[in-house]
Design a protein around this ligand. Sequence first.
Ligand code: 13P
Length: 226
Amino acid sequence: MDFVSEYRLRKEIVDVCSKIYQKGFVAANDGNVSVRLDDGRVLITPTGVSKGFLSPEELVTVDLSGSVLSCGAHKPSSELPMHLYIYRERPDVGAVVHAHPLFSTAFAVAGVPLDKNVLAEVVLTLGPVPVVEYGTPSTEELPQALGKYIHKADAFLLANHGVVTVGSSLLDTFWKLERLEHFAQISFIARLLGGERPLSPEEVEKLNRIRERLRIRRALGASEEH
Ligand code: 13P
């Protein structure tokens, strides 16, 4: 990847981080964002820096084994092992976002998955969101806990911690985060109103056919595989 393209991508990451911060999907210096470059390197946010106050030069480049290639003044995110694990397991993934949005993190803390087929857009583009068993942040426990789910979803509720979304590009991954939080908010309110009324299996099947026709790419949950 040439210098200009890499710099453009660094600016894109900073813009997405700023949106994540402004939308309240993280507090203080929470969260981390990474992108896989076309030469196999990974660009990741530095540890301990607010996502609302990042500059392109502060991003860190690493290889897939975790060796730091260039880091300026900062070390890579402490969640680097989780990001690298996802890239190794999912060659289709081009970006990873970890954040702590209010409603979806509340579902994660309560241990309640967002796995009901209630919204057409979610069935089409996101799919069921599992709760991943708790692992201590920044340690190998997190990738280990993700192992059971990584091929079956594109969004994950990390018990007692936050959420992770993955996608083909940075924007795809950011939109999945935004959709997940929106889904969590709607689910929460629907439960106050008496509970969600799930779509029928026939309606879900119609949406599955539309997804195939439109070639919308997302991981299929365990109950969705044919
Ligand atoms: P880093 O600042 O090291 O990326 O950690 C933030 C975080 O949210 C840990 O889970």
